[in-house]
Write a protein of this length. Structure first.
Length: 260
């Protein structure tokens, strides 16, 4: 592939909802682990990248080596506004999750999230905790470059979707709000839909009304709130640690996507 074609592919992928640009070794590592289809993988420091992969992610090092194309530093600089420190950029097909059913586990719903980095951190912890999906309502693009950086590419590990409204569901719907009953370990059903409000405004009234139960995270007096990703992590792991039989291992925690 010529330099012109590579640039066209990368810049076109940033605008194409069926594709995604992955920046840095961690994002590409997770794409490979979770079965993404990579169309392009480039670096201006391929030997350094492969040495780092051998150290940090030996399970994907051989596949990365087979895909990696060396480019000049001048060309690499044209592919991202802020080229990643680990000097690796890839283009992948965005995963398409088969069917309407979701894996076992809670669904995280973010109402009007404002900060893409925070949203990406939610995706990262949701993947680690074995959540079934992350849905966003009325907020920033969950597949933006900043959100992908925040998740370290773990958007590839579970369905991440922007929805217009909360779908009808037979799962229990649980809202997180300051005035809810204090959350205790072992009290959340494993298949719950968990509603988290925006960083500034909290949950929209219609979502509060849709909830079958409202809970809060107990906090020290004088502390008014938690970072959104931290709150999600607390709730997911309270639920997860109450299920000692559950097992999520790196690369095997969710069913793999198929890419178009």
């Amino acid at each position: 592939m010529t330099g012109t074609a590579r640039q066209a592919l990368v810049h076109g992928a940033r605008r194409d909802p069926a594709m995604v640009v992955l920046e840095g070794l961690h994002a590409v590592k997770h794409a490979l682990r979770f079965g993404a289809t990579l169309r392009l993988v480039v670096s201006d420091e391929p030997e350094t990248v492969l040495a780092l992969a051998a150290e940090l992610a030996p399970d994907i090092q051989a596949r990365l080596a087979a895909l990696l194309e060396p480019v000049t530093t001048a060309e690499f600089a044209t592919l991202a506004a802020e080229p990643p420190a680990t000097r690796l950029i890839a283009v992948a097909d965005r995963p398409v999750w088969p069917g309407k059913s979701l894996a076992t586990g809670p669904i995280v719903v973010l109402d009007r999230p404002r900060h893409p980095g925070n949203l990406g951190a939610v995706v990262r912890v949701a993947a680690a905790a074995g959540a079934a999906a992350v849905w966003t309502l009325g907020g920033v693009d969950p597949w933006s470059a900043a959100a992908l950086r925040g998740s370290a590419g773990l958007h590839m590990a579970l369905p991440v979707e922007a929805l217009d409204s909360l779908p009808a569901t037979a799962r229990p719907i649980i809202a997180l709000a300051d005035d809810g009953e204090p959350l205790e370990p072992g009290t959340l059903p494993g298949d719950a839909v968990l509603l988290f409000g925006s960083e500034r405004d909290g949950l929209a009234p219609q979502l509060r009304q849709a909830a079958t139960r409202t809970v809060s995270i107990p906090m020290r007096p004088g502390v008014s709130s938690l970072n959104l990703a931290t709150a999600v992590a607390v709730v997911l792991y309270l639920q997860r640690l109450a299920r000692p039989d559950a097992s999520v291992q790196a690369g095997t925690g969710q069913p793999g996507p198929r890419s178009t």
